[in-house]
Design a protein around this ligand. Structure first.
Ligand code: PA5
Length: 456
C-alpha cells in the first residue's frame, strides 16, 4: 500500500496546506507517536494475542458444516465484517453453490431492524442449516437484542436447539449476553474489554465470519501489524504516512474543510469506505476536548464510488463549496482482467476504447478526476492498493485505526468514546419503556410537550 499526497499539499494545490504548517505541528505529532509507543491502544495489543485467534479457528472448523452463517450485530459489530466480505469475497458469494464456495457457508449480516429487511434474510434460510453469531460488545444494543430475540423465537418455534445454532460474541465479563451464555451454556467468543466496537474488526468480531468463509485471517492480522509497526518506526513526520495524513486532515479541517470524502475506484473496496465512515464519525465527532472546552471536532465523512459518482457527486466536488478533502482508493492490479473488444474500430467515439484494459480505464478516470480537482484547488490524496488481498485489507485497517487515533490526539479529544450515540440509545430505551429508564422518559415527554408540531 502506498500513499500519494501530491495533490494535497504544498504549492501543488492553490490555498493548500503548506509543508511549513505541517512542520509547525511536528512537536505535537511526535508527542502522539511517543504516547502511542508507550501505551498502545487496545486495537494494537489485541493483534498479538493468540488465544482468541485459536478459538476463532476452532469455531470456524466446528461450524463450517452449516450452509449459512448469519451475523446479528450493528455498527462496530457489523461494518468491519461487511468491509471484509465486500473486499475479499466474490460479489455473488451467497448465490454460489457449496462447491464453488469451497464448502464454506454463505454469509449474511442482520444489522438493521427494518422488518422487511430482516424478513427478507430470514425467509431465505433453512434454519437447520444455519448458525447465528450474535455480536454485541455491550450485550444490550436494542437492534441486536431485537434481532436476536426474533432469531431465537424462530429457532424455538421450529424446535431447533438454540445452543447448537447460536454463538455469542461479547465482552468477556460484562453484559446480558455474557450472562445468558454462562447460564445456558451458549458457545461464545470474547471481544477484549480494551477494544471498542469500531476498533474491533480484527478481534473475533471480524475474524470469525472471515475464517468461516475461508479468508486468511492470519494475513489480515499481519497486514495490520505491518502498517502499525512501520508507522511506529518512522520519526520523520514528512516520511510517515500516518502522521503526514493526520496533519493534512487536521490542518484542512482547521481551514474549513469540514467534509472528508473517501472515493473508492473499486467496487470491492467500497465497503471499506463504509467502515471508515463509522470510524471517522464516531471517533472524531466530539463536542468537547479532554479538558472540557467546546470544540465540535470532526469532519463529516462521505463515501463515493468511482467512476459511478463522477456522474453524480463529482460536479459538486469540483464546483460546489470548497469544503472537502478527498481520499481516493485505487487498485494497481485488479483480480480480473477484461480487454475491451475492438468493436466499431472505424468510429472515433469508440476506437480509443477498443483493445484497452478495463482496469486501465478505471485508473485513468481516477487520475483524470484527481487532476481536475487539483486544477480547481480541491485537495485530494490517493491510497494505492497494489492488489486486493487479506494482507492489504489488514494494512488498511491498521493504517486508518492509527490515523484516526492521531487525529483525535491533535484535536485533544477522547477518540474512543461515543457519548452522542449513548444518548440516542438511552432515549430508545426510555421510549420503548425499558425498566429503569422512567425518568429519562419523563424528560423526553417534557421536551416533546414544548414542541410546536409541524406535521402536515
Ligand atoms: O463503536 C462503537 O462502540 C459502536 O458503534 C458500537 O459498535 C455499536 O453501537 C454496537 O454496539 P454493541 O457492539 O455494544 O452492540
Amino acid at each position: 500500500m502506498k500513499f500519494d499526497f501530491t495533490n494535497a499539499v504544498g504549492t501543488n494545490v492553490e490555498g493548500g496546506v503548506s509543508i511549513e504548517s505541517i512542520k509547525s505541528i511536528t512537536g505535537k505529532l511526535h508527542d502522539f507517536l511517543e504516547s502511542f509507543r508507550q501505551s498502545p491502544p487496545g486495537f494494537v495489543k489485541v493483534l498479538s494475542s493468540s488465544s482468541e485467534l485459536n478459538k476463532v479457528l476452532e469455531f470456524a472448523e466446528k461450524y463450517r458444516k452449516f450452509q449459512n452463517f448469519v451475523v446479528v450485530g450493528i455498527g462496530g459489530s457489523a461494518l468491519g465484517i461487511q468491509a471484509i466480505q465486500g473486499a475479499l469475497l466474490p460479489l455473488g458469494w451467497n448465490s454460489l453453490n457449496s462447491e464453488k464456495r469451497n464448502q464454506h457457508p454463505r454469509l449474511f449480516v442482520l444489522d438493521n431492524v427494518d422488518p422487511e429487511y430482516t424478513t427478507s434474510i430470514l425467509e431465505t434460510l433453512d434454519l437447520s442449516e444455519t448458525v447465528f453469531n450474535v455480536i454485541s460488545k455491550s450485550g444490550s444494543t436494542a437492534e441486536t437484542m431485537a434481532n436476536y430475540m426474533v432469531v431465537r423465537g424462530l429457532l424455538e418455534s421450529h424446535r431447533i436447539d438454540p445452543k447448537s445454532h447460536i454463538i455469542f460474541t461479547t465482552d468477556p465479563n460484562e453484559g446480558a449476553l455474557r450472562k445468558i451464555s454462562i447460564d445456558e451454556e451458549i458457545p461464545s467468543l470474547e471481544i477484549p474489554s480494551n477494544v471498542g466496537g469500531r476498533f474491533s474488526v480484527l478481534t473475533p468480531v471480524g475474524l470469525m465470519s472471515s475464517a468461516i468463509t475461508g479468508i486468511d485471517i492470519e494475513s489480515l492480522i499481519s497486514g495490520a501489524k505491518e502498517s502499525i509497526s512501520s508507522f511506529l518506526s518512522q520519526d520523520d513526520t514528512l516520511k510517515n504516512p500516518v502522521l503526514f495524513n493526520a496533519a493534512v486532515h487536521y490542518l484542512y479541517s482547521k481551514m474549513g474543510k469540514r467534509i472528508s470524502v473517501m472515493m473508492s475506484y473499486s467496487n470491492a473496496l467500497y465497503t471499506l469506505a463504509d467502515w471508515y465512515r463509522q470510524l471517522w464519525a464516531e471517533s472524531l465527532g466530539k463536542e468537547r476536548t479532554l479538558t472540557g472546552e467546546v470544540i465540535n471536532a470532526g469532519q463529516t465523512p462521505v463515501k463515493a464510488l468511482g467512476t459511478i459518482d463522477q456522474h453524480s457527486q463529482v460536479q459538486l466536488y469540483m464546483e460546489g463549496p470548497n469544503d472537502k478533502i478527498i481520499t481516493f482508493l485505487k487498485v494497481n492490479k485488479f483480480r480480473k482482467k477484461i480487454t475491451i473488444p475492438k468493436i466499431h474500430g472505424d468510429r472515433k467515439e469508440f476506437s480509443y476504447l477498443g483493445g484497452a484494459d478495463m482496469s486501465e480505464l478505471i485508473n485513468i478516470e481516477q487520475e483524470a478526476t484527481a487532476l481536475a480537482l487539483l486544477e480547481k484547488g480541491r485537495p485530494n490524496l490517493t491510497v494505492i492498493f497494489d492488489e486486493i488481498n487479506a494482507f492489504e485489507v489488514g494494512r488498511f485497517f491498521g493504517y486508518y485505526e492509527s490515523l484516526v487515533t492521531a487525529m483525535g490526539y491533535l484535536y485533544g479529544i477522547n477518540t474512543f468514546d461515543q457519548p452522542g450515540v449513548e444518548l440516542g440509545k438511552l432515549n430508545t430505551y426510555a421510549l420503548m419503556k425499558k425498566e429503569g429508564y422512567e425518568s429519562q422518559r419523563e424528560h423526553i415527554e417534557e421536551i416533546k410537550g414544548k414542541l410546536k408540531s409541524f406535521i402536515m
